[in-house]
Every structure is written in structure tokens, then in C-alpha cells.
Design a protein around this ligand. Structure first.
Ligand code: BG6
Length: 489
């Protein structure tokens, strides 16, 4: 028949990401009516498990957006009945062949499309890619493979991984996820910029003084220390999540919104960036802190972390884009775990108004009068603009107030999880929000010199207490460029 079917195999089905994000996102897509009519979901992992056990494992994390209990229960039941499990080794062609046989039973004589989500450690990406390509070689529809970071540890290892994967898959089959690209306000960035006359003309060195990309979490690496200690905050957050936001923020207008046009512009801006070095970087690592009588352990006290680890859990950096639009504008990044709050935002600080007639009202501190645009990615998604305003009354007193767009107030629509958007895009073959290999190379080229320097010189991070605002060094880094962190005011 002319019908098609899609099967989605989550390789590494019992892992955290699969349980917390991937299965729930697939259910949400189904619930919203976004999955194709014919679909099958397979969990694949080494441990022995029955279909029923897989269903029990995932059902606790599934939730319905709008809780119409009855239809929700029905939908959940139906969804779970489409979920199956296959146990196998990650490097066994024979085991994947058995999976292929099961998939074929579900696909019947329909056009078979297959999506594989590699929710596994990177050292087995290539084995799985090989098994997937061999076992799906005879299917008539498409086969796509989603992979998620870490994509290597530096330029060389990343290139090696790409070479390994492309032995078995074409670049078009590989969907590299950066889940920040699936977040609502990151997707909105290009709308804000390119469809508003009040912003678009200001988007350059002429009016923008600096841009800040801020990421903080109010919890440490508890339980994930084994992974984290090998990578550190620069590889975990900066080189991917923050840099991706920066690329979208700073790229030239793409010719169209098509995947290749957008990614061409991202690559261009990334390639215009200066390589990062130690003198423009501050590193931190969280240490223990007392909260009342309770002692909150520091990073190196985590059992999965070596006690002499110098892996940074915090970093701040000043980056520069050497092109006509951004020449001389500092792009500051700051990312840390175990800080005082959980928040991700982009802050745009504008220049002073030349000859500001009201400058007397700000005292000596004109910085207090600059406009600042804040894009709060999470939590409490919002966009606000700090403007100067007259305090009502007969006198003339000014203050800085917010023009405030809070999504929860303005929209009744719920904000989808990043993984929902990305999984849907992968099923539909929309590649705009996935990282192309040349983009990945360009991203690593910026950070690799620094990462090498850190490793050879064994640079020790500045310690900061769990739950604080991070090391004082970050303040000085900003001061060096005559600026202030927007989140420190
Ligand atoms: C992941 C990092 O990519 O992003 C984690 O590996 C981090 O360390 C997480 O906690 C943050 O994602 P989110 O969507 O919760 O902000």
C-alpha cells in the first residue's frame, strides 16, 4: 500500500535521558496528534526486560498537558501498547538484525521509515551506527540517527567521531542534537530580531555595547560526576548551548529560513570568532557550604569525582566576533553549577544615549541608564526591556522600569519541552535545529586552544561556596571590558 510507518528506536532505553525526556516527549507528540498514524516505539538496551517491564518503567514519567483524565488514560494505554523492548549488545550486528526482524513485523508492507535515538555514551556511537546502517540497509524509507553530545572533547576527537559516523551514515542521516535549540525562546530569537523594526537596526556594534549569555543551576553534579568530571562546564554548557544561542543572536540575516541557509550563516559567524585563551577566562569549582546545620558537600566530595579534580564547574569568558557587525563588542558567557539560582538568559546592554539630557539624574553612574534587553530562556520565559522613565509627580525623578512580556501572562498555550520540537523535526526531516558537521568544527575551533591550555598548564579553578554567585574573578573579567554582569545588579 502507499502508506508509510515510522519506528522510533531509543538505543539506551534504560538511561536517564530516555526515561526523563525522550519517552515523555514521544508521548506528548502522540498526545498532541503529531505522530504519524502508524508508529512503533522500541527501547533497546543490554539488560533483559519484557515489553511490559519497559512500559512500567516509562509510564510514570508520561503526563498529559491538559488533564482530561479519561481521554488521557486511554491515550496513555494506546501509546504504551505501541512501545516494545528489545535486548541486545550495542556492537552486535546479530542483535540489531533481530531488532530489524521485529521492526519488519510492525512495519508490515508499508513504506518503513526509521529513527534511532542514540541515548548512549559516545564511545559506542560508532558501533551502533554500524549496526544500524547494516540492519536497516534494506528498508525502503529513510533511516535517521539522532546523536547527542559529547561530540568529542576537542577539535581532533570531534573530527574523528564525525569520520567514524560517516563511514556508516551520510551527513544527511545524522541529526546532532543541542537541546537548547529546541527551547521556545531560543526559537523565538530570530523572530524577535528579524521581524521587529525596533530591534533589527540596533543589532550591531553601533548600538550594542555588550551581550551576555548566562546559565546557572542551583544544583551540583550530584550523581553525574562520572560523566561531568571528564568534560567540565566549558564542554558541557558553553561550547554547545551558549555558543549556539550566540550564533543565532549574532549571525547575519539568512537568505531564507531553510535549514541550509540558516546553518550557513551560523557557520560564518562562528568562523569569524576569535579563539578563546586563558587570559579571557575565569574558572571556578564549587566547594562545601553550610546551610543552617546542614553541610552541603563540595564538588570533589562527590563519590564519582576524584578528590583532587580540577575540573571547572563554573566558567566565565569574553569572546569576540571579528566581523564588520560586531568588531570590538564583548560577548560574555557565564555558566555554572551549584549557584544561587537556576536561570538561563541573554542580556543585551546598549550604549549610552549620546548627549543624554537627563544624565544628571543618574549621578555619576551612566551605566545605570543604559537600556538592557533581557531574553529569559528559563524559567519564567519572558522578554523585557529596561527603559528610563519618569517617576510620576511634579518633580523630575527618573528610574529604570521594564517593558515586560511574560509568556505565562500573555499566552495560554503551554511551552513544549525542547525534546518534543526536536523529535518532531527529526521525524519530519527538518534539519534547521540540528548541528551540521562544519558548524561543530567551527564551534570546537573556538574552544580547543583554551581547553588544551587548561590541560597542559593544569590550571586550578577558583573555589566558590555551593549556592553562591560564583567566583569573584568573574566580576574582574567583566570589569576588564568596562562592563557589569546584568544578573549582578
Ligand atoms: C545538559 C547538560 O546538556 O543540559 C547538563 O549536560 C545540564 O549538565 C542540562 O544540567 C541543562 O538543561 P536544561 O534544559 O535543564 O537547562
Amino acid at each position: 500500500s502507499g502508506e508509510s510507518t515510522v519506528s522510533i528506536t531509543v538505543v539506551g532505553a534504560s538511561g536517564d535521558l530516555a526515561k526523563k525526556k525522550i519517552f515523555p516527549a514521544l508521548f506528548a507528540l502522540f498526545y498532541e496528534g503529531c505522530l504519524p498514524k502508524h508508529f512503533t516505539i522500541f527501547g533497546y538496551a543490554r539488560s533483559k526486560m519484557t515489553d511490559e517491564e519497559l512500559r512500567n518503567m516509562i509510564c510514570g514519567n508520561l503526563s498529559c498537558r491538559i488533564s482530561q483524565r479519561e481521554s488521557c488514560d486511554d491515550k496513555m494505554k494506546y501509546f504504551l501498547s505501541k512501545c516494545f523492548y528489545h535486548s541486545g549488545q550495542y556492537n552486535s550486528d546479530a542483535d540489531f538484525k533481530q531488532l530489524d526482524n521485529k521492526l519488519k513485523m510492525h512495519e508490515k508492507d508499508r513504506l518503513a521509515n526509521r529513527l534511532f535515538y542514540l541515548s548512549i555514551p559516545p564511545n559506542i556511537f560508532i558501533d551502533v551506527a554500524r549496526c544500524v546502517s547494516h540492519s536497516s540497509a534494506s528498508t525502503q524509507g529513510w533511516t535517521r540517527v539522532i546523536v547527542e553530545k559529547p561530540f568529542g572533547r576537542d577539535s581532533e576527537s570531534s573530527a574523528e567521531l564525525t569520520r567514524g559516523l560517516t563511514q556508516f551514515l551520510t551527513e544527511e542521516q545524522i541529526y546532532r542534537i543541542d537541546h537548547y535549540l529546541g527551547k521556545e525562546l531560543v526559537e523565538n530569537l530570530s523572530v524577535l530580531r528579524f521581524s521587529n523594526l525596533v530591534f533589527e537596526p540596533l543589532w550591531s556594534r553601533q548600538y550594542i555595547r555588550n551581550v551576555q549569555f548566562l546559565f546557572s543551576e542551583d544544583f551540583g553534579t550530584e550523581g553525574r560526576g562520572g560523566y561531568f568530571d571528564n568534560y567540565g562546564i566549558i564542554r558541557d554548557i558553553m561550547q554547545n548551548h551558549l555558543l549556539q544561542m550566540l550564533a543565532l543572536f549574532a549571525m547575519e540575516p539568512p537568505v531564507t529560513l531553510d535549514a541550509e541557509d540558516v546553518r550557513n550563516e551560523k557557520v560564518k559567524v562562528l568562523r569569524s570568532m576569535r579563539k578563546l585563551h586563558l587570559e579571557d577566562t575565569v574558572l571556578g569549582q564549587y566547594k562545601c557550604q553550610m546551610r543552617g546545620n546542614v553541610r552541603i558537600p563540595g564538588y570533589t566530595e562527590d563519590k564519582t569525582v576524584p578528590s583532587n579534580s580540577i575540573t571547572p564547574t563554573f566558567a566565565a569568558a569574553a569572546l569576540f566576533i571579528d566581523n564588520a557587525r560586531w568588531d570590538g563588542v564583548p560577548f560574555l558567557m557565564k555558566a555554572g553549577k551549584a549557584l544561587h539560582n537556576r536561570r538561563t538568559e541573554i542580556r543585551v546592554q546598549f550604549r549610552h544615549v549620546p548627549g543624554n539630557l537627563y544624565k544628571w539624574s543618574f549621578g555619576a553612574d551612566l551605566d545605570q541608564a543604559t537600556n538592557e534587553l533581557v531574553i529569559r530562556v528559563q524559567p519564567d520565559e519572558s522578554i523585557y526591556l529596561k527603559i528610563n522613565n519618569k517617576i510620576p509627580g511634579l518633580g523630575m525623578r527618573l528610574d529604570r522600569s521594564n517593558l515586560n512580556l511574560q509568556f505565562a501572562n500573555r499566552y495560554s498555550e503551554e511551552i513544549p519541552d525542547a525534546y518534543e520540537r526536536l523529535l518532531l523535526d527529526a521525524i519530519e526531516g527538518e534539519r534547521r535545529l540540528f548541528i551540521r558537521s562544519d558548524e561543530l568544527d567551527a564551534a570546537w575551533a573556538i574552544f580547543t586552544p583554551l581547553l588544551k591550555e587548561l590541560e597542559t598548564r593544569k590550571v586550578a579553578p577558583e573555589l566558590y561556596p555551593y549556592g553562591s554567585r560564583g567566583p569573584i574573578g568573574a566580576y574582574y573579567l567583566a570589569a576588564k571590558y568596562n562592563m557589569r554582569w546584568g544578573d549582578m545588579n
